[in-house]
Design a protein around this ligand. Structure first.
Ligand code: ATR
Length: 272
């Protein structure tokens, strides 16, 4: 049986084994997928051992994102642009390829939920690592514009400069959003984790039945950002569970060559 795993520290809470086990069942693939706790400082050694002892692929989560980026023998162009790797693939010659599937997972979930992308005005809140990973895939959808708003404007500006060649993108602070409206608003800040809301003016949502709010975080109840969007009469409200399952599906496809259907897996996780 081909072996796969997710590595991190802590790792007990990871949903990846449940997700990949459901994918394997659905696509009738024989494989195992486990979670492996790696001690800090042991990433290279443990990951090398996993692959030399027959492992085929890994997902990497916190706090090893930096290691995941520097470890591989090669990186895909999208991983280089994103500055991130979440998937390691052993190639036929034994070398390790690093890729990132977060952006593709997000786009997949946005499309599944009928968010406006092509020709749309898209607002992205936040300018950390998570946001960097989604900008090129978003721009590839040919939106009218992508605006990155962040508490620290210089970080948003840095990202806008990096992705300037990929489409119409600009940066600003939260206050600068007054008077502007967007079709699709994506919260990529980590504010929801702390139960907080990025201080964004109420006017940002276009008055359109297809206007949508997406939070890259997920939780059992509506995140503070989605609750706030609901109060502004936005009806398309989606949290990041579909992005989590979507990025897993993209990894699964890289390893196994088949794309699983994510909807039944999202439903199964929601009902847990
Ligand atoms: P991640 O890997 O999740 O992207 P990160 O790189 O630490 O984590 O980025 C966190 C993002 O959330 C940043 O854009 C941060 O804003 P700053 O760049 O100004 O620090 C944003 N963020 C975190 N807490 C926030 C809050 N309470 N309100 C608004 N933005 C917040």
């Amino acid at each position: 049986q081909d072996r796969y795993a997710v590595v991190g520290n802590p790792i007990a809470h990871s949903k990846s084994p449940a997700i990949h086990t459901l994918f394997a069942k659905q696509t009738q693939q024989k494989l195992s997928y486990e979670k492996i706790l790696i001690e800090l400082g042991h990433f290279e050694k443990d990951v090398k051992r996993f692959f030399t002892s027959g492992g085929k692929g890994l997902n990497v989560t916190v706090p090893f994102k930096e290691n995941a980026f520097t470890f591989p023998d090669q990186l895909t162009p999208r991983a280089q642009l994103a500055g991130a790797v979440n998937t390691l693939i052993q190639q036929t010659d034994g070398s390790i390829l690093g890729d990132t599937t977060d952006g593709a997972g997000l786009i997949n979930d946005l499309q599944r939920n009928c968010f406006l992308l092509k020709n749309a005005k898209i607002l992205v809140l936040g300018a950390g690592g998570a946001v960097r990973g989604i900008l090129e895939p978003l721009l590839a959808q040919q939106p009218k514009e992508v605006v990155i708003a962040n508490r620290t404007v210089a970080k948003a500006q840095m990202l806008a400069d990096i992705f300037d060649n990929y489409g119409n993108i600009r940066a600003c602070g939260f206050d600068d959003l007054t008077g502007y409206e967007f079709d699709t608003v994506i919260n990529g800040t980590s504010a929801s984790l702390a139960g907080e809301l990025p201080p964004v003016p109420e006017s940002i949502f276009a008055n359109n039945k297809n206007t949508g709010a997406y939070d890259m975080m997920y939780s059992k109840k509506l995140t503070p950002f989605l609750l706030w969007a609901k109060q502004q009469n936005v009806s398309l409200l989606t949290d990041g569970l579909g992005m989590l399952v979507g990025q897993a599906a993209e990894s699964f496809q890289l390893w196994r060559g088949v794309m699983p259907d994510i909807t039944p897996v999202i439903d199964a996780l929601r009902n847990q």
